[in-house]
Design a protein. Structure first.
Length: 212
């Protein structure tokens, strides 16, 4: 791929990500994407074919590095823990930290990425189900095994309910962190990842630290 093609592709992906995050998949048109990216429709068709393919590529571009980071962090934490379970708080930081970190960048791109991931998970589309399962299930299975070591007395059903509630809370936070000020009538700030992460860790740790 030439430098010019790569630059065009990057512009398309950045424009598509911001629009999908703001307006959702159904509310975004290829015409809007090409206008924001300052390219013609032929460029989008050349690189991605159609809107569905473009949407999946935008998600893949964000999700794969995050899950790779999570796995590397979990590997390191397990090595440090030795025969003991990785501390609950550390596990929850590994779960949420790389996602909330997207809000820490100096520009809007990371925030758009975080919001899009949250939106894609909270508002799943039929054509994304297989893709999202393929991207998240291997990581969640590995993470769930590490988490299960803390609560061996929980029934599988109780464990999975708690796990589902924690994942749901994380998805909701990603989808709404950009408008927390209006949602809380000014009590919380928008995009405040520094406040969100420790509170999420405290909440999630409490869920698995509570007795059946």
């Amino acid at each position: 791929m030439s430098n010019a093609d790569k630059e065009t592709l990057d512009r398309i992906l950045i424009a598509a990500e911001s629009l999908f995050a703001d307006q959702g998949y159904d509310g975004t048109t290829l015409r809007q994407i090409t206008r924001r990216a300052k390219v013609n429709l032929a460029a989008v068709n050349y690189h991605h074919g159609d809107k569905e393919s473009l949407y999946l590529e935008v998600l893949r571009r964000r999700i794969q590095p995050i899950n790779q980071t999570r796995l590397a962090m979990l590997d390191e934490a397990e090595q440090q823990a030795g025969d003991q379970p990785v501390p609950l708080a550390v596990l929850m930081e590994i779960l949420a930290g790389p996602l909330f970190e997207l809000y820490a960048g100096p520009d809007e791109n990371g925030r758009h990425g975080a919001r899009l991931i949250g939106r894609a998970l909270v508002e799943p589309l039929p054509f994304t189900e297989t893709f999202l399962a393929g991207e998240f299930q291997p990581w969640l299975a590995r993470f769930g095994q590490a988490l299960r070591r803390h609560v061996p007395a929980l029934t599988p059903e109780d464990f999975l309910w708690r796990f589902s509630f924690v994942i749901g809370a994380l998805q909701h936070a990603l989808a709404t962190l950009h408008r927390m000020k209006s949602l809380t009538r000014g009590i919380c700030r928008d995009n405040d990842h520094n406040a969100a992460l420790p509170r999420f860790v405290q909440f999630a740790t409490g869920v698995f630290g509570a007795r059946p």
